[in-house]
Write a protein that binds this ligand. Sequence first.
Ligand SMILES: NC(=O)c1ccc[n+]([C@@H]2O[C@H](COP(=O)([O-])OP(=O)(O)OC[C@H]3O[C@@H](n4cnc5c(N)ncnc54)[C@H](OP(=O)(O)O)[C@@H]3O)[C@@H](O)[C@H]2O)c1
Length: 255
Amino acid sequence: MPVILITGASSGIGAALARFYAAPGTDLVLTARDADRLEAVAAACRGTGAGVRTHRVDVRARGPVGDWLRSLDGETPLDLVIVNAAVNGGHPEGGLETEATAFETADINLGGALNVLLPVVTLMSGRGRGQIALVSSLAAYAPLPDAPAYSGAKAALLAHGLALRAKLKPLGVRLSVVTPGYVKTPMGGVIKGWRPLEMSADEAARRIARGLAHDRDVIAFPWLLAALARGALLVPESVRGLALYGFRFRNRPRR
Ligand SMILES: NC(=O)c1ccc[n+]([C@@H]2O[C@H](COP(=O)([O-])OP(=O)(O)OC[C@H]3O[C@@H](n4cnc5c(N)ncnc54)[C@H](OP(=O)(O)O)[C@@H]3O)[C@@H](O)[C@H]2O)c1
């Protein structure tokens, strides 16, 4: 029975991935901080026949997260881990991101992701089997002036993930980096700005699962926005600035 761990499973893309993989014979481990939202997703997944365990944890808690992962993997070795939990950062009025917001965003989106990724890398490489998805963003290629810490954390995940992928392949572990464009989720919903080619979380989950099944290095979508974002650092700053002007946004914090 495949064992699949998803962080940030209480909402948005993580919840959609949980529903996508929920089927008889699948053992899901869903984690986030909010108990009610997490249990609602777990109940839906049990309803379609999956075995589901939930665990409330803040991904910033490095020690407890590592201890929990080692104990979990000792009981039921993890086949697929989707490192997905994140927050937006930004500024409610589109101004300069505060220090506090920037540190919180970096701590969750980069520090928190590594707190999950690195113990899992050790466990999977030790047994020579497993698959990891790191959820980054198209902002990793085209840094958004309204979300500097978010863009920076996502770029770091992209680079870290692709570097690790090359090392892990001969050890029997597959790693993909996911770089979505705009997806309709609670995180996306608080952004006031242009969101071209936005897709549903269920569609994003289908694309991520398809990419993972084909062991893609980067799972980037939608393709047109991905192609433009990937070219962003190749053009002069003046051109990039004009293009990114259309993507300015204000972020009303959700919680
Ligand atoms: N939506 C988009 O347009 C978009 C575009 C590109 C990339 N992405 C990426 O896709 C991923 C999912 O985003 P989403 O849109 O689905 O956002 P979302 O609906 O806000 O979900 C974020 C998830 O992360 C969890 N989370 C946040 N902080 C956490 C913490 N400190 N510890 C543990 N869990 C935490 C949240 O649960 P709790 O609050 O219950 O802890 C929630 O389950 C993120 O990595 C995001 O950067 C999203």
